[in-house]
Design a protein around this ligand. Structure first.
Ligand SMILES: [Zn+2]
Length: 106
């Protein structure tokens, strides 16, 4: 497995965790839910407070992830949305392919 693949897989693990956090959050309506930063750093445990509706809009795209501003990786993803508390990034190349292969909502 290449380093790029390994990094992409880590992000997909966080995406799976967030899918579960969302299910818990939905019981409380559309208030902001604590999600985990989906960046490529395995040591990152930053939390993001985001409404479920925003999370849902990102999950509609298999290559898009939610991360803390500044956690984006050069060359492997591009920022598609910038907000004060979070960024939406889209995976490029190999990382994007891995993200699509492991899409929790195929
Ligand atoms: Zn992070």
């Amino acid at each position: 497995m290449s380093a790029g693949e390994r990094r992409a897989l880590n992000e997909n693990v966080f995406r799976e965790l967030n899918e579960r956090l969302e299910q818990l959050g939905e019981e409380y309506g559309d208030d902001a839910v604590e999600f985990l930063c989906e960046c490529a750093d395995p040591a990152c445990s930053a939390a993001l407070s985001i409404p479920v509706s925003v999370y849902e809009a990102v999950r509609d795209h298999p290559r898009r992830f939610l991360i803390v501003p500044g956690h984006q990786g050069e060359g492997v993803e591009r920022v598609v949305e910038e907000h004060p508390d979070y960024l939406v990034v889209e995976k490029l190349g190999e990382a994007g392919e891995v993200a699509e292969d492991t899409d929790p909502r195929p």
